[in-house]
Design a protein around this ligand. Structure first.
Ligand code: GCU
Length: 136
């Protein structure tokens, strides 16, 4: 994967599918979770160096209710809220900070509410800015 962006539509999916019916996504589409708890999007992320990195999830939530996700980085989980963005075509970022290993890392974003997750466009991995919450 060249560059810092990992498209959701290229990830491993469970109880979620690729869609393109709402504008504003990057890449070739986005992922639409089934409206159940337990669906996930899982990426393998490569880090050049071990240590803290920002993980930014670009999402849309056209409802007024939170669509929480449990984000597991190498099996260590943090829960994050994904509040309404006003429309399914309006995208926003949620950033957390996690410690990555040099080389391959597994990032899995699992829907924890019966409504399922938000629509996910991509995961971006970047330098830690210290503004997020440490997962490990
Ligand atoms: C609508 C919308 C989908 C969204 C879904 C949901 O069907 O078109 O993109 O995923 O609501 O509630 O999750």
């Amino acid at each position: 994967n060249p560059g810092p962006d990992y498209q959701a539509e290229d990830a491993t999916l469970s109880q979620a599918s690729v869609a393109a019916n709402h504008a504003g996504f990057t890449g070739s589409g986005f992922v639409d979770y089934v409206n159940v708890a337990g669906g996930y999007v899982e990426w393998t992320v490569t880090a050049a160096t071990a240590g803290a990195h920002n993980l930014t999830l670009r999402y849309a939530n056209g409802t007024t209710a939170n669509r929480p996700l449990a984000v597991a980085v190498n099996g260590v989980t943090v829960n994050r809220d994904f509040p309404g963005t006003g429309a399914w075509s309006t995208w926003a970022d949620v950033t957390l900070t996690a410690t990555l290993n040099a080389g391959a890392n597994t990032v899995r974003a699992t829907a924890t509410a019966a409504t399922g997750g938000p629509n996910l466009d991509k995961l971006t991995v970047g330098p830690a800015t210290g503004g997020g919450s440490f997962v490990v």
